[in-house]
Each structure stands twice: as C-alpha cells, then as structure tokens.
Ligand binder design. Structure first.
Ligand code: GAL
Ligand code: ZN
Length: 670
C-alpha cells in the first residue's frame, strides 16, 4: 500500500515551522540545503500557522507559504500540508468567544494554548471550512504536496451549550426513546430517572459521576464529535482534490477517543511516538512501543506513518534524557518493523522562544550540520533509502490477534471493583503482547466492531474483555467452533455494551466454549502471596486480581497455590467444536505468560521472525520479508546466526558469530 503515487517511498523529515522565521530568509534558504544534507525528503508545514495565514477575519495571506512550498520543492523536498485548526488566532477568540472550549466546571477558557477549541461551534466549523477550502484551492494540486495533515493531535471534549445539545441529539439517535436510555443507564439507581430529554447533561464533577453507562456514552459521543469535525475537514480539502489523502496524528495510549472509530474517518493513520528510553528497562519500553506501533497499523489494517518522534530528547518529561548512541536508528527502525512508512520528527529546527525552545530538533540553536544529532538523523535518512525495496512489500500477515476495545477500556475504568481506579487494561494487554513480541510472533489488534473478522487468525487473545457485545461473543464462539484457539482472561464477558452486568454467568455466552464459569473476583494487596502452579510443577507469581472459577468440563492446566481457593484451577483448556479455548483466571506475572504463550506458540506452530535462540533483549520482528533484529538489552550481545543473511543497512554479509552493540539494529534478508 502506498498512500501517494507522487512519492512512493519512506518519508524522512518532520515538523517544519518556517512561519517562526519569516524575518530570516537566510535561515529559510539554509534549511532546504541542510534538509538535503540530512537526507530529508518531506516536511510537515503549517500545523500552527493560522495567525500568519488569516491575519484578521477574512483577510488572508498565502504569499509566504507559496514561497516556502516552492522553495522546498525546488530543493526536492515534499510537503505534508497541515490544516491549522489545532490552534486559532487571538482575533478569532476575541471576536467569536464560542470557538473557545468550556471545561468541566462550566468555565469558558480565554485565549491561549492550543488544542482547546469547541468541536461543535458553528462559527469554528465555518472558519475551519473556509480556511481548509482556501488551502486546498491553492495547494491541493501542487506537485510538492503529498498528504494532508488534519489539525494536530485531536483531543479533549467541551461542555458548552452547543456540545450539550449535540450530546442529547446523539443520545436520541442512539436510543430512540427516553425509556430505552433510562434502561441502558440503569437510572432507577439513586432516583436518576429522566422524564424529559432536556434534563440530560454531560457527566462530570459538577453533575453526574455515578452512571457508568452515561460516561461510556459521553466518550463515544466525544469520539463521534471529533470524528465529525475531522471528516468535515477531510471533505473540505478533498472537495478540491479527491486524490490527495488525509491523515491525522494520533497519540500513544490515548484513552479519550476510540481510535478504531476515529481512524475510519481518515485515509492513513499517523502517530507521534515519544518513548522514554534509558529510564530503566528498555526491553519493557520497546515492548510497549512495539504494541503502540502495531495498534496504529491495525486501526486500518494498513501501513501507518510515524509523524513525530524526537531526534534527541523531548522537553516536557520530568527527566529529558538524550538518546544514547545507536538508539535513534534503533527506535526509528522499530517503527518500520511494525509497519511504518516514515520516520518523521518534531522538529526540524529549534525555535528561539516559548515552550518548545529546548525540545530536541534536527537543527539546534547553533544552526550546525555536524552535530551528533544531525549525524544520527542523516544516518536514518540513508538507511531508509537503502530499505526502499521493503517500502510497499505486502504486509506480513499475523497469525495472532489481540482484542483491544475502547468501549471496554472505558467500561473497565468506570467500573468500581477489583483494583478500583487501577485496573491497568493497557499494561495488562501489553504483557500478553510482550510474550509474543519477544518470540518474534507478529500480532494484530482488533476490536468488537461488526466489521472485525477473526477467521484469518490461529490465535485470538481476549485479555480483560470485561464488556462483551452479544455479537462479539457469537463471533468468538464461531471462531473456536471452526478450529481457532481462544485465550480469554479473568474479568471478561461481565457486562453488555451499556456497561450493565450480563445475567446468567460470566463470561457471557461462552461458558460452554471455555468449559469454565467465572464466579467471584478477588483483589490482592501488593504484599499478598499467590501463584499459579502448572501441572508439571512450574510455579509463577500472581498479583492484583484472581477470579474463582467453577469448572464446566474444562481440563485444568494449572491451579492456585494459596488461600481458600488453593488447588482450584487458574489455567484451563477446553475443546469446543474443532477448536479450543484457554481461560486464565488471574493476573499472572510476565514469566508465567511467557511460559503459557511459549507452549501455545509451539502447539499452533505460530510462525516466528527467526527460528533460533536469541539472547534476552534481542528482538526479531519480521516485516515485508525482512527481519528487523533489535538489541534493547542495553549491552553488547553475541548472536550466533544459524543462517546466512545480508544486513540491508550496511550491506554486510552476516553469518555465524556476531556481536551486536548495545542499541544495535540490523535489517536482515536471506
Ligand atoms: C506533540 C505535538 C507537537 C509537539 C511535540 C513535542 O505532541 O504534536 O506539536 O508539541 O508533541 O514533543
Ligand atoms: Zn463546545
């Protein structure tokens, strides 16, 4: 898949803010020269340019942008052109206060910051439409422009009257009648029944905080409102040139919006990755970011773009550490290993003032092109050129799939039980993912939408699938029935899509498939002892959550060691139809999951990036027929290659014993 025929190649570049340097034409000229030197081929322009593009209401100035884009194009640099809706000018906030967001305390913000506009305001939507249309009329057919970058890092929600009204409208459409809404939200609790739609207000600290179903719907609505705003931007620019695709840059572990749903409204997913390397365990950090990358690839089941990353350090973490030698290339290659078609940075050149004056950049305040960072960036640019043969290779089909569902995430976090407020959905899923990632098994992510097709997988994993839709329970049944292997954990199949408990036992509609029924959920204090003892005697620690199972025909593979449920099964397997279903009743630590998945991977013969032993912390990931071998262990490692390869980065032949330096990376082909 290539997102533009204009430049079917890995993008290398980043956010470029020439509007901060309009009084320095010498610097703007030098930029293009230096970009070429750094093997940069594309930059994102205009993300925060509104105040320079529309000087006052209806008075536009595109001359500087014309020059910038032409200058870049003369230098052979492509442009990812942004719509500037992520931050609006002061005059607009002053003239039309309704464009400003209202917070949970019902206070309207004053001008300042960014990403703080109302998505519903008719004035803001009109102004954005006008701006986007003008940008598209001027640039959508420019040869340099290869992609639209809609707004920036969409986030948040608004409590203004327009948004409240829109929320009620959304609910009417979803539920039809007030009675259906009262049922879905279980409003007989605490006398919360509504008798008129006008009584319904967004949940929040000044209003309703105890109705889970309402909160979940508020998050669905907020997703929908953002999606609608984003798609209006898409429609505005594509009205001029329908061929030019749009992306919006997403974020890691982003809870506010359902990203599977938001991604439906864009052509290409992109995201901004800022891993905190060298802050403890880089293998764990790499496992987390590998999962983020795989989620981005999974949202649309196609390659994505790494839109932002730092060439050196960020400036907004409590400790802003530089990347150690090798890490820039390694971290960039990790994105490719999981399906990225770019390595882009925030930012090209450090600004002189304001909040991001010390954020890492390709070019520092000294303006030099011989710095450590500049050289690191250049080597990534060169590496990407050498990897061109991998660019549009068919993606590597995954045989394993993890279900990650946003409504489920919200439902877990709003439910008051277990480790209340600390149920750790993302991190728990990441532990399951990590076991497979360390083995070199490719993983997709899917959610509970109707369009999800599980039939292409051998293994489907449902960690904490607390909210289980009726239709998805059926999909899981069919999957196992037809020969698939399911692994489901504690705290699954408990509530329906409104967040109301299923009656008749959990996991809903899967008790016969799993051969086990979940009864009580026990929560442990950190000092409590519990473990899973496998039938072969191996023992693995358990923390946080334990469910007490009731057997309905499954075979026990491991049992609890401690407490009043000692000897009751904790890991089970059940044959059902042509397939089988595992149930894991407790939060087993990583080593336990590793052991469980090692057995399953062997049994299912899941394909791995490399069929040989690798030192701990050296990870092999297969993408497009190449093996990305990555050393996150923090030290040099000896790898003994059992087959002959060529490293696409260096061109060197690789065989036999080989020392990989700390933060080393190779892209191997046979
Ligand atoms: C991103 C944002 C950029 C820049 C960057 C700094 O979240 O999109 O504009 O602020 O962070 O790391
Ligand atoms: Zn609003």
């Amino acid at each position: 898949m290539t997102f533009t025929p204009k430049f079917p190649n890995f993008l290398h570049g980043g956010d470029y803010n020439p509007d901060q340097w309009l009084d320095r034409p010498d610097i703007l000229d030098r930029d293009v020269e230096m970009m070429r030197k750094a093997h940069v081929n594309a930059v994102s322009v205009g993300i925060f340019s509104w105040a320079r593009l529309e000087i006052e209401d209806g008075v536009y100035d595109f001359t500087w942008l014309d020059e910038v884009i032409d200058r870049l194009w003369r230098g052979g640099i492509h442009v990812v052109l942004a719509t500037p809706s992520g931050a609006r000018p002061a005059w607009m906030a002053q003239k039309y206060p309704e464009v400003l967001r209202v917070n949970e305390q019902y206070q309207r913000y004053h001008f300042g910051g960014r990403h703080n506009h109302c998505f519903t305001s008719p004035v803001y939507r009109r102004k954005v439409h006008e701006m986007d249309t003008r940008l598209a009329q001027r640039y959508a057919n420019h040869p340099a422009v290869i992609l639209w970058h809609l707004s920036n890092e969409f986030s948040g929600h608004c409590y203004c009257d327009y948004c409240q009204e829109a929320f009620r409208g959304w609910l009417k459409k979803r539920y039809g009648t007030l009675e259906a809404l009262n049922q879905a939200w279980w409003t007989s609790f605490w006398a919360h029944r509504y008798t008129d739609w006008s009584q319904v207000e967004a949940p929040g600290p000044m209003a309703e905080t105890s109705t889970n179903g309402m909160y979940i719907d508020w998050r669905r609505f907020a997703t929908g409102q953002c999606k609608d705003f984003m798609m209006a931007e898409r429609d505005a620019v594509q009205a001029i040139n329908p061929e030019l695709k749009v992306t919006a840059n997403l974020m890691e572990r982003f809870w506010d919006y359902d990203y599977f749903s938001l991604a439906e409204g864009m052509d290409v997913v992109s995201w901004d990755a800022y891993p905190m390397w060298h802050s403890g365990d880089d293998v764990a950090r790499a496992a987390e970011f590998a999962m983020n990358h795989d989620m981005m690839r999974s949202f649309k089941d196609q390659p994505f773009l790494l839109m932002e990353s730092t060439p050196s350090q960020v400036n907004w973490k409590p400790v802003n550490k530089l990347k150690r030698s090798g890490m820039h290339l390694l971290s960039s290659m990790q994105a490719l290993a999981h399906g990225s078609q770019s390595v882009m940075y925030f930012q090209w050149r450090k600004g002189r003032g304001a909040a991001e004056q010390f954020h890492g950049a390709v070019v520092d305040h000294d303006g030099r092109d011989d710095t450590r960072v500049f050289k690191d960036v250049t080597s990534v640019g060169k590496a990407l050129e050498g990897l061109r043969p991998l660019y549009d290779k068919e993606k590597s089909p995954a045989q394993a799939c993890i279900i990650y569902d946003w409504s489920n995430w919200w439902a877990i976090d709003y439910a008051q039980t277990g480790q209340k407020g600390n149920m750790q959905y993302f991190d728990s899923v990441n532990m399951h993912y990590r076991s497979l990632w360390e083995m070199g098994v490719n993983v997709d992510f899917r959610d509970e939408r109707e369009c999800t097709d599980l039939s292409r997988y051998k293994l489907v994993i449902c960690p904490m699938l607390f909210m289980l839709k009726e239709s998805f329970a059926q999909k899981l049944r069919d999957f196992v029935e037809n020969g698939g292997t399911l692994l489901m954990t504690y705290f699954s199949g408990v509530v329906d899509e409104s967040g109301n408990a299923w009656l008749g036992g959990a996991p809903h509609n899967l008790i016969d498939v799993l051969g086990v029924r979940a009864t009580e959920l026990d929560a442990l204090f950190p000092e409590d002892k519990q473990a899973l003892r496998m039938t072969d005697g191996r023992s693995f620690p358990i923390h946080e959550l334990c469910e007490i199972p009731e057997m309905h025909g499954a075979e026990g593979l491991g049992a609890y060691e401690e407490d009043f449920y000692a000897d009751l099964p904790c890991l089970t397997r059940n044959r059902f139809g042509k397939g089988q279903a595992y149930y894991l009743a407790a939060k087993v630590e990583q080593e336990g999951l590793d052991a469980i998945y090692a057995d399953i991977a062997d049994e299912l013969e899941l394909s791995r990036a490399m069929n040989q032993e690798l030192p701990r912390g050296v990870i092999a990931t297969e993408r497009g027929g190449a093996v990305f071998l990555q050393n996150y262990s923090g030290k040099a490692q000896q790898v003994v290659f059992e087959e002959k390869y060529t490293d696409m980065i260096t061109g060197a032949a690789v065989e036999g014993e080989h020392i990989m330096p700390a933060n080393g990376v190779m892209v191997l082909v046979k």
